[in-house]
Design a protein around this ligand. Structure first.
Ligand code: FE2
Length: 284
């Protein structure tokens, strides 16, 4: 029997993993809510749905299609995927509207806490034959007043050259292309990795059915994910993209912002490309 590779990834399997990871980190569903707030939000969400039904004169066959689809999203474990792709960007926008410093964007469904830690200048964990163009990423982490933040923690996670994440597709080592890098005395980190490529979100399940039925596409532009934090500062969850890259202007997850662009240039050592970025953290 041949071993499954990442190319055998299915939306149901990826979704099941994303659901498990989310449930491990999530609080109980009712934590932090009060009755008034629940009533207000739930009433308005239902009213918005009723309004769409009335304005578009929904038929029973459309109502049944919706029910069947909602059931399938749950059965495939695709709620984290669907919500993070189509809803999270609005939440992030509202929550971080007034936060100064570098822009954040969505976390998405593929973050896993507990990646291996290393200091200052590192190569992300990767396979000996990891495909892709080498990328050297340098970042300076500073406070809004300009002070460097030595000891800041820069956590990175990314898809591989075929567009898959470790722990969400079969055959990829557990912590492949994931790591937590601690900034040096100057507040800088230097990370050697491979250049991410655009990928389609898992689309052979319920989320993909909706995308196909609506004639949308499932692509995200190439990106690196980050969580950056330092003592006395707020956690920044963000993604960085490559200026001029495909799907920058029509990301399926609506998570691109103009402030989040990297500008590729050939690496000084002739090995692939290099980029740099300043992470500016807001005080806690
Ligand atoms: Fe991603």
């Amino acid at each position: 029997m041949t071993q499954a590779t990442e190319l055998d990834a299915t939306a149901a399997e990826t979704g099941a993993n994303a659901t498990k990871v989310f449930q491990a980190k999530a609080k109980a569903p009712t934590a932090g809510t009060n009755q008034e707030r629940v009533a207000e939000l739930a009433t308005e969400v239902l009213a918005a749905i009723h309004d769409v039904i009335r304005r578009h004169e929904l038929t029973y066959s459309e109502y049944d299609a919706l029910k069947a689809w909602l059931i399938k999203v749950g059965q495939d474990g695709e709620w984290p995927l669907f919500l993070d792709v189509f809803i999270e960007h609005a939440v992030e926008e509202v929550v971080n509207a007034d936060r100064p410093g570098s822009k954040g964007t969505i976390e998405g469904p593929f973050y896993v806490p507990g990646a291996p830690r290393a200091d200052g200048e590192v190569t992300l964990p990767m396979r000996a034959d990891e495909a892709g163009t080498p990328l050297l990423f340098r970042a300076h982490v500073r406070s809004r007043d300009g002070a460097s933040l030595p000891g800041a923690q820069v956590e990175v996670w990314q898809a591989d050259d075929a567009g898959f994440y470790g722990q969400f597709a079969p055959g990829i080592p557990e912590w492949n292309l994931r790591g937590v890098v601690i900034a040096d005395a100057d507040g800088t980190v230097t990370i050697r990795t491979i250049q991410p490529v655009p990928y389609q979100i898992p689309h052979d399940g319920a989320t993909g059915q909706l995308i196909a039925a609506a004639g949308w596409h499932a692509w995200r532009p190439a990106h690196l994910h980050f969580k950056v934090v330092a003592a006395g500062h707020q956690l920044l969850t963000t993604q960085l993209y490559f200026a001029g890259g495909e799907y920058i202007s029509n990301d399926v997850a609506s998570a691109v912002k103009p402030e989040l662009m990297l500008h590729l240039k050939p690496a000084a050592d002739g090995n692939g490309n290099e980029v740099s970025y300043d992470f500016v953290l807001a005080r806690a």
